[in-house]
Design a protein around this ligand. Structure first.
Ligand code: CO
Length: 134
């Protein structure tokens, strides 16, 4: 059901410093920051030849990554994003198999302007999983 790895997301306490590390130390192509107030994050995408890295910094008071950064103050891998062709079919199949979908269970529009859902980390070996319809 899942397809390509779309991105790996890393929560960071300082987006500008993290973006500079990817650009200057690792020599990667770094996109400009995008504020995503609906998701409580500011995002920088790093373009790699085969996938992307999504750097996430908290935005606003109730950021969903604030607790993660409190536990991991220097940052850390926050989620992986897999591509699916039909997000509603994928969701229904996962739910039928007992997997938990976070939030309302309805897809939201993600940072790429495409529908996304998140799956409970306890059902996937401690890894928060994002599904993105492509
Ligand atoms: Co993501």
């Amino acid at each position: 059901m899942i397809g390509r790895l779309n991105h790996v997301a890393i929560a960071v306490p300082d987006l500008a410093a993290a973006a500079a590390t990817y650009r200057d130390v690792l020599g990667a192509t770094v996109r400009p920051p995008q504020a995503e107030p609906d998701h409580g994050v500011t995002v920088v995408f790093i373009e790699l030849p085969n996938t992307k890295i999504e750097l996430l910094e908290p935005l606003g008071e109730n950021s969903p990554i604030a607790a993660f950064l409190a536990k991991n103050p220097s940052g850390g891998i926050h989620h992986v994003c897999y591509e699916v062709e039909d997000i509603l079919a994928a969701r229904d199949k996962l739910k039928a198999g007992g997997a938990r979908v976070l939030g309302t269970g309805e897809p939201k529009i993600g940072a790429h302007g495409k529908p996304v859902l998140f799956l409970h980390p306890k059902d996937f070996m401690g890894t928060l999983v994002e599904l993105e319809q492509v």
